[in-house]
Design a protein around this ligand. Structure first.
Ligand code: 6MZ
Length: 365
C-alpha cells in the first residue's frame, strides 16, 4: 500500500497520549536547552533510540515529563501534536493526557489542562473545533479537499475536531484519580469527553481507581481503559466486568477473556507499532488484530505515542495493509468505522459520517 494514499485518506485517532506524541525534534531542543539536572550528552541517545522495552518506555516518559511539564511547554506540544495529526488528514482527534500537579511551579491539574486548551486555541495552520455545540454552523465539508486521481490536494483550509480525555496514571491514589474525574466533569463544556486509565501496567491495583471510574461512568463521562497490556488475567476480568466504552491494547487476553470481549462488542484501540516495540506481541504477523478483524469486532487503529515510537497514523494504516493483506477499500472502511467509536456527541458523529461518505465517492473506494 502506498504511504501517500494512507496519508490522503481521512482518519480518526482515538488513542494518542499528548506527551508520547511529542515531536522528537522538540524533545531534543528542550533537552539541549535544559539547564537543570539533565546532561544532554547522556540523554540524546535515549531520545533517538529506536527500539525500546516497556520498562524503557516508562523511563522515557519520566524524562519527557521532566522536560515538558511547565505551562508554556504543555501549550507548545499540544499545538504541535494537533498540527501533526491534521497534516496527515486526521479529521477527528481524541487526545488524552494526564493532568499533573507540580506545586513548585504553581501548576495544578486544572492549570495543566488550561495550558492544553491554550495549545488548542493557538493552532493557526488548521481550524480546530474543540468546543462542543459551537461548531454546528460549520461542518467538516468546509474543509473537503479537492481530490484528483487518488490524491487529496488540500486546496481548502483543513479542519480537525479535537476532544480531550483526561488520564488517570496508575501511580495515583484514589483521591488523585477522583480529582481528575471531577476536573473532567467541570471541563465538559470545553471539550473533555472522557477518562482514560493508563500508566505503567505493572504498577498499581484496579481497586484503587475503581471508585473514580465508577463515578465517571455514573456522571456520564466515557471511559477507556488500558487493558491486558501485560499478563494480568484477574485485572482483565475485572475490567471486562466494569464494561468500559472502549479498551486499549487487549494483548494478553486468555481464551475466556477473548470470548467475553467478542460478545461484549467493546471496541478495541489497536496500537500495532507500540505493541511490537514493547513486545506486548511477539511480532506483527501474530498480532491479535487479525483475529478481531476477521471476527468483525469493532476496532480502531491508533498511534499510542507517535513521538516515542517514531510513527504516525498513516504509517499504522500502511503497516496494517502490508502485514495483513488489506486493500484500499478495506482500509477506508476500517478508518470510517472508527467514527462509530468516538466519544464526541452525535452531531459530530453525523458530520464525520457524511464527510467520509463524500470522500469515499471522490476516492473511488
Ligand atoms: C500505558 C501509557 C502508554 O499523559 O503525560 N502512556 N500508559 N501504556 C502505554 N503504552 C506504551 N503510553 C503512554 O502522556 C504520557 C503518559 O501516557 C501514558 C503514561 O502514563 C505516560 O506517562 P501524558 O500526556
Amino acid at each position: 500500500m502506498e504511504m501517500e494514499w494512507c496519508v490522503s485518506m481521512p482518519k480518526v485517532e482515538l488513542h494518542a497520549h499528548l506527551n508520547g506524541s511529542i515531536r522528537v525534534s522538540t524533545l531534543l531542543e528542550l533537552a539541549k536547552a535544559e539547564k537543570g539536572d539533565i546532561d544532554f550528552s547522556e540523554v540524546e541517545h535515549v531520545i533517538v533510540k529506536y527500539e525500546r522495552s516497556l520498562i524503557e518506555v516508562f523511563k522515557m516518559f519520566d524524562l519527557i515529563h521532566n522536560l515538558t511539564t511547565d505551562h508554556n511547554t504543555v501549550t507548545r506540544i499540544t499545538k504541535e501534536v494537533v498540527e501533526d495529526f491534521a497534516s496527515e488528514n486526521v479529521v477527528y482527534l481524541e487526545l488524552r493526557t494526564t493532568p499533573k500537579r507540580n506545586d513548585s511551579i504553581g501548576m495544578s491539574k486544572r492549570s495543566y489542562v488550561e495550558a492544553v486548551l491554550k495549545g488548542l486555541r493557538s493552532v493557526s495552520s488548521v481550524d480546530v473545533a474543540f468546543i462542543p455545540h459551537n461548531e454546528d454552523s460549520k461542518s467538516l465539508f468546509s474543509s473537503l479537499p479537492t481530490i484528483t486521481n487518488d490524491k487529496c490536494n488540500g486546496v481548502a483550509r483543513k479542519r480537525i475536531y479535537v476532544r480531550l480525555l483526561l488520564s488517570i496514571d496508575r501511580r495515583e491514589t484514589t483521591e488523585a484519580a477522583l480529582e481528575t474525574v471531577k476536573l473532567a466533569l467541570e471541563m465538559r463544556h470545553l471539550g473533555v469527553v472522557g477518562i482514560d486509565l493508563s500508566g505503567n501496567p505493572k504498577v498499581g491495583e484496579w481497586t484503587t481507581y475503581l471508585p473514580a471510574l465508577e463515578f465517571a461512568k455514573e456522571q456520564g463521562l466515557h471511559v477507556t481503559l488500558h487493558c491486558g497490556e501485560v499478563p494480568n488475567p484477574e485485572e482483565v476480568h475485572n475490567m471486562l466486568d466494569f464494561h468500559p466504552q472502549r479498551i486499549g491494547h487487549a494483548c494478553f487476553f486468555e481464551d475466556e477473556h477473548q470470548r467475553r470481549l467478542k460478545s461484549s462488542k467493546i471496541p478495541v484501540e489497536i496500537c500495532l507499532t507500540s505493541n511490537v516495540r514493547t513486545l506486548s506481541v511477539p511480532s506483527i504477523d501474530v498480532h491479535h488484530f487479525v483475529d478481531l478483524y476477521n471476527a468483525k469486532h469493532p476496532l480502531v487503529l491508533c498511534t499510542d505515542d507517535s513521538g516515542v515510537f517514531s510513527t504516525c497514523l498513516s504509517k499504522e494504516y500502511k503497516i496494517a495493509a502490508d502485514s495483513f493483506g488489506l486493500g484500499r477499500r478495506e482500509m477506508f472502511e476500517l478508518s470510517r468505522n472508527g467514527v462509530e467509536h468516538i466519544f464526541a456527541d452525535s452531531g459530530v458523529k453525523e458530520d464525520l459520517r457524511n464527510f467520509f461518505n463524500s470522500v469515499a465517492k471522490n476516492m473511488e473506494v
